[in-house]
Write a protein that binds this ligand. Structure first.
Ligand code: T4K
Length: 405
């Protein structure tokens, strides 16, 4: 099926239609439909296509166009922040922010994250100093951060993994007392709150990803948010090669701009944000019903006191109780056309170049190593129906039952 065919029609994704599409995409017509982690949420297609039509008519495709500006305004308002700068993806957003804030030498970062977080530092010759996580929250453990601070430390880059906020209060206290810059990779956390306040305005800056697989997507894209006007101005300038005027470049910059079609997709998906949350929440409750209570499985819980986007269904496997490995469960799922993922295995420190540059990093990361070996991410999102969840859980339960017998 071609992308234009997938985009035809004028309604939002319904689980039924996408299940049919998945079956059509599968090579074997008799096979179970393919279910994948990361299937994009897509809002009203006709509204998106209308916006694209307008973009084409106006012949303004990039460079701070009307749709990018509108998207930035809408995101800033939604998050309650002063400044929002749209970028072509969160990795470049992280790189620009790191440079704009003058980070150098060493920055403390969790290893249990997507590799982009560490790469954004290392790309600029900064050494990521990997910090272990709290096994309950899966986020950077502030009590270990302090032990890693040296005279070369310039900042902390924390990650709100699965959309659940870090221990922001402790991180802010540490950053303040050691005069460190504090940035959050909030790639997973769009629409999530910390103590009732939307993530976006914490630390010196926060970076969100709007990649296709994220809760809100702009095809590829991201935003940087901050309440610091000077920092925002520098980031804006760096996003566009350092230009301040025609023929005037005042600093080293890069091309980090978001294009108009991405912004149109972002606006269309923002329109549908409540629908996406409801679908994710419904799926989370369904998984909880299906898998909850199994002694070998622990479903990652969202805090009902906070707003969440419920974008990740994460299950921790207790291999001793399960009598089967996490990887065998994942293999069974794959054999049944369910593309579950082992995010974020094996941890950044075990990926290059870090594995070679920091061969002993794992010694200080026992919780990261344990968690990376236990987790499975399961399919969710607006394309997943209750019947799909039943199928996923049936495969998991059958695998566990077979292992126990
Ligand atoms: N920080 C964190 C914490 C992040 O999680 C990420 C991104 C970043 C920073 C960097 O943000 P960006 O620079 O990307 O804005 C995927 C994404 O490429 C990556 O953006 C995301 N994290 C990461 C968690 O997932 P892969 O290598 O797993 O991608 P891939 O190709 O295996 O696709 C993932 C799943 O999504 C597959 O099951 C297929 C499905 N999929 C994917 C696409 C692109 C679709 O169904 N449709 C699609 O269009 O990294």
């Amino acid at each position: 099926m071609t992308i234009p065919e997938l985009l035809s029609g004028n309604t939002m994704d319904s689980p039924e239609r996408t299940t049919t599409q998945a079956r059509q995409l599968s090579a074997d017509p008799n096979a179970d439909p393919i279910l994948v982690v990361g299937r994009p949420n897509i809002g009203d297609r006709q509204r998106f296509l209308d916006r694209v039509e307008d973009i084409l008519s106006r012949r303004w495709l990039s460079n701070d166009g009307k749709y990018v500006q509108e998207f930035e305004r809408r995101v800033a308002k939604f998050l309650g922040v002063d400044h929002c700068i749209a970028v072509c993806n969160a990795t470049v957003g992280l790189q620009i922010t790191i440079r704009a804030m003058g980070l150098c030498d060493e920055v403390i970062v969790p290893s249990f994250t997507f590799v982009a977080t560490a790469h954004a530092l290392r790309w600029q010759q900064i050494r990521p100093v990997f910090c272990d996580i709290d096994p309950t929250t899966h986020n950077i453990d502030p009590s270990r951060v302090e032990k890693l601070i040296t005279s070369r430390t310039t900042g902390i880059l924390a990650v709100d993994l699965w959309g659940r906020a870090c221990d922001i209060e402790s991180l802010e206290r540490i950053a303040r007392s050691h005069h460190l810059q504090l940035i959050y990779d909030a790639s997973h956390a769009f629409g999530c709150t910390y103590r009732g306040k939307r993530i976006g305005g914490f630390g010196h800056a926060e970076i969100f990803s709007f990649h296709a697989t994220k809760f809100i997507n702009t095809l590829e894209g991201g935003v940087i948010t901050t309440n610091n006007a000077l920092l925002a101005a520098t980031i804006r300038q760096m996003r566009n090669f350092g230009f301040t005027d025609y023929d005037q470049v005042d600093c080293l910059g890069i091309n980090g701009k978001m294009n108009e079609i991405s912004a149109a997709m972002g606006l269309t998906n923002l329109d549908a944000i409540d629908v996406f949350v409801a679908a994710n929440r419904r799926n989370y409750e369904a998984y909880r019903e299906e898998l909850g209570g199994h002694p070998a499985l622990e479903l990652l819980a969202y805090n009902d006191q906070e707003e969440s986007n419920y974008q990740y269904i994460v299950v921790a496997v207790d291999e001793e109780k399960a009598q089967v490995s996490r990887d065998d469960i994942v293999k069974q799922l794959h054999d049944h056309n369910i593309i579950a993922r082992r995010y974020f295995y094996p941890g950044c420190h075990r990926l290059e170049p870090y594995r070679t540059e920091q061969p002993k990093a794992g010694l200080l990361l026992p919780e990261t190593e344990k968690l990376a070996a236990r987790l499975i991410c399961l399919p969710t999102g607006s394309t997943i129906a209750r019947v799909d969840i039943k199928r996923v859980c049936e495969v998991i339960r059958t695998t566990l039952a077979r292992a126990a017998s």
